[in-house]
Design a protein around this ligand. Structure first.
Ligand code: BMA
Length: 363
């Protein structure tokens, strides 16, 4: 990876501007440089979805005056995750809470608080199906993407959806990583591989980017393209919106335990992750982009050494700027992806967090 890091150094210099006149660094530039500096020094920031707003066995209800100091990750490691993920699903309909019951007011407060503490925030979005009225997972029609694009029957309504999402992000007043239309090479969301053509997908992403960036002037957003990682480089690029529209290349890759048991699942996960990060690294050098492991995890952490024996060895050689594990649901007992106080995997997650090249947020 040595050669890799020198290329990244070059990217940082280019982004900083190496001429005599130093251009003003925007909040987005600062975030880009921070993420590059992680990768460049062989470090990886750790992130967790919804970490400040609920955990495995707790949920914030009276949040208006709460200092937002509770975190499953902090309970286990003594530190907050460096990156916090949140999901906008539900904002498109003007709902007060997202699809997992998180009030948008709380989400805003948590995101702002986290950035104030020195952390980084990222937003995913599971919007409902604009054509059928179902949820993001409603794949009953392959006309949905088409219907929201120019002249489509839902294009007007969809504009309102984009407006609501943009209003929320604008209201934060902090730079964010936004990764809409994720896991687009599988076919479980209405924007998935079999549900639209490559051109329609790219148009959807660009349309979103154009609205936020050009119509709304929201320039402190780092745009992340994050397909499911098992797709291979060709498919990854087939639906890539283009360098102008993307700042970070991500992949979502999970470990799934099948009939072969935990051991076999762990080996398969490491192979899949390494192979995905190998092609992602090559693409990121070629396109001079940051890269991240935008979502990963093992549901219920049924492997007591998942962090140090699976995740870490599989990702440590790659210049990824951050890794984010998915949420610890408070209302689905087995649905968690970070350890919590009292769980048997706790010691291993703590050991992972204490590794020299893993970055959490110092108190
Ligand atoms: C999925 C699950 C769901 C959740 C959704 C959006 O992976 O965690 O329970 O509603 O993400 O956060």
């Amino acid at each position: 990876m040595r050669q890799a890091f020198s290329i990244l150094t070059l990217c940082v210099l280019v982004a900083c501007g190496s001429g005599n006149q130093k251009p003003m660094e925007t909040p987005k530039d600062k975030l880009v440089h921070q993420l590059f500096s992680f990768a460049e020094t062989g470090k990886i920031a750790y992130g967790h979805q919804d970490d400040l707003v609920y955990g495995h066995n707790w949920v914030l209800t009276e949040w208006e005056n709460d200092p937002l100091e509770r975190s499953d990750v902090k309970d286990v490691t003594g530190k907050y995750p460096m990156v916090m993920g949140f999901d906008l699903g539900g904002i498109e309909l003007g709902h007060a809470k997202n699809l997992d019951g998180v009030p948008f007011g709380l989400m805003r407060k948590a995101a702002q608080k986290h950035v104030e503490r020195g952390g980084i925030v990222t937003f995913s979005w599971h919007p409902r199906n604009p054509l059928t009225g179902g949820d993001a997972w409603d794949i009953s029609s392959d006309q949905v993407v088409k219907s929201v694009l120019a002249d489509g029957e839902k294009s007007g309504e969809f504009k309102l959806w984009l407006r609501r999402a943009a209003d929320f992000i604008e209201s934060l007043g902090v730079p964010v990583i936004f990764r809409p239309w994720h896991e687009n090479l599988g076919s479980w969301f209405w924007w998935g591989g079999k549900l639209c053509t490559a051109e329609e997908y790219k148009e959807l992403y660009r349309h979103t980017w154009l609205y936020f960036t050009k119509e709304r002037g929201l320039t402190d957003i780092l745009w992340c393209y994050s397909p499911n990682g098992d797709c291979g480089p060709q498919a990854y690029m087939e639906r890539y919106p283009g360098d102008e529209f993307v700042d970070i290349l991500g992949i979502d890759t999970y470990e799934y335990v099948g009939h072969g048991g935990v051991e076999e699942a762990g080996v398969r996960y490491m192979e899949e992750l390494r192979s995905a990060l190998t092609y992602l690294t090559a693409i990121s050098y070629e396109h001079e982009k940051l890269m991240c492991l935008s979502e990963t995890g093992l549901e219920g952490l049924v492997d007591p050494q998942w962090w140090t024996a699976r995740l870490m060895p599989a990702m440590q050689e790659f210049p990824i700027s951050y890794v984010l594990t998915w949420r610890n649901a408070h209302d689905k007992p087995g649905h968690f992806y970070a350890a919590w106080k009292g769980f048997e995997n706790e010691a291993d997650m703590k050991a992972f967090a204490e590794l020299e090249n893993i970055i959490l947020l110092k108190q």
